[in-house]
Each structure stands twice: as C-alpha cells, then as structure tokens.
Design a protein around this ligand. Structure first.
Ligand code: HEC
Length: 186
C-alpha cells in the first residue's frame, strides 16, 4: 500500500459510475445505430419494389420477395425491440412519445409486418410476371362508390388485395409512423 491509497475506494467508486454510464450509453448508441440501419435497409427495399411497380426496374418475384422480406424481418417484434424506453429522444430522431404511446406504436410495427408478409406471399405467387391482377388499376371497385367500405375492409385483410395496393399500404404505414414518432429533420 503506497501513499494515497486511502483514496482508492472513492476513486474506484467513481470509475464504477463512469463505466456504468459509458456502458448504458454504448448500449443505447448500438441500438439506435441498429434501428437506423434497419430503417435504411427498408427504405432501399421500398425503393427497389417501387421501381418494379413503376416499371423502371425489371420485375422478378425473387427480387420483390427479397424487398418484402427485408421489410418483414425489420418490422413487428424486431422493430418494437429496437425502441426501448431508454433509447428515445435526441440525439436520435425517435420521439420520446413512443414510450407513452407504446401500444399504438407497436400496432403500427405489427401492421407493417402483416403487410410485408402479404407482399412476400404475392411475390411467391408471381415468380416471373407482374400480372394485371397485381395492379391497383385492375380493381373496378377502386373507382366506384364502394371505395371507402372496400378500403376499410381491405385494411383488415391485405392478403385479398393486389400486390401493388399492399405495397402502397406498406408505404402509408412507414409514413404514418414517421409523422407521429419521428422527429422531423431540419
Ligand atoms: C412503428 C414506427 C415506424 C415504422 C412502421 C417505420 N419507421 Fe422508419 N423510423 C421510425 C423512427 C422512430 C425513426 C427514427 C429512428 C432514430 O433516429 O433512431 C425512423 C427512421 C427512419 C429512417 C432514417 C434512418 C436514419 O438513417 O436515421 C428511414 C430511412 C426510415 N425510417 C424508413 C422507413 C421505411 C422505408 C419504413 C417502411 C417500410 C419505415 N421507416 C417504417 C419509425 C418507424
């Protein structure tokens, strides 16, 4: 024991506190980075799918499925787990409201999974060609007065909808969550 060793317990205590803070921050940073990467992967997938529906990118069931699966694996339970209460607010763009609105937030994440699952199944069913049946324009009712009722019902079962419509609902779901729970970037 040298001179000054009497200070050790206090010093050790300080190190312990600093290590705990650094640890919590590192864990928080890691999950923020992880979810931002997941969001970026979904954005790239959405862009690829949009290209296929718009005809600026060749269609393949495999490519559409890959895009749908990228969204599916990052939504639902995986997404919900990436927004723990202690990793909300600045410097991330995730609003602190997520903690207080947990149920509503989780419902959107689950809805995204449901839609991505339906899109993935539609891609399986159409390996080579983006058929007319997969198009929104092929729904006579969409132009008619039953639109409201149809959309509402459709919202509950995406498996009955043309793939393109499901894809639009996917994009709506991204936007509806962002408008509530993502801080606008200046
Ligand atoms: C349930 C809510 C929710 C859903 C659904 C959702 N997002 Fe997000 N998204 C967020 C939140 C919150 C952030 C901010 C995350 C952060 O900064 O930590 C975000 C951030 C992003 C970002 C920015 C990532 C970065 O680099 O900082 C992109 C891109 C993005 N989302 C794309 C999408 C796409 C595409 C979809 C749909 C396929 C989607 N999101 C669905 C909540 C959601």
């Amino acid at each position: 024991m040298g001179k000054g060793s009497w200070r050790w317990p206090a010093f050790a205590g300080t190190i312990g506190v600093l290590a705990a803070v650094a640890g919590a921050q590192a864990a928080g940073d890691a999950i923020v980075k992880e979810r931002q990467e997941a969001m970026k992967a979904m954005a790239a997938a959405a862009k690829a799918a949009a290209g296929m529906f718009e005809g600026t990118r060749p269609y393949s069931g495999t490519a559409l499925k890959e895009a749908a699966e990228t969204v599916r694996v990052h939504s639902g339970a995986a997404m919900k787990a990436q927004f723990p209460e202690d990793a909300l607010g600045p410097p991330s763009a995730a609003k602190a409201d997520i903690a207080t609105d947990r149920e509503a937030f989780d419902r959107i994440a689950d809805r995204l999974e449901e839609l991505a699952t339906a899109l993935s199944a539609a891609a399986d069913a159409a390996p080579n060609v983006l058929s007319d049946e997969m198009r929104m324009s092929n729904q006579p009712m969409l132009g008619g007065s039953l639109l409201g009722a149809r959309m509402k019902k459709a919202d509950e079962d995406p498996a009955d909808l043309p793939a393109e419509h499901v894809f639009h609902l996917v994009l709506d779901t991204c936007t509806s969550c962002h408008s509530k729970y993502r801080q606008k970037q200046e």
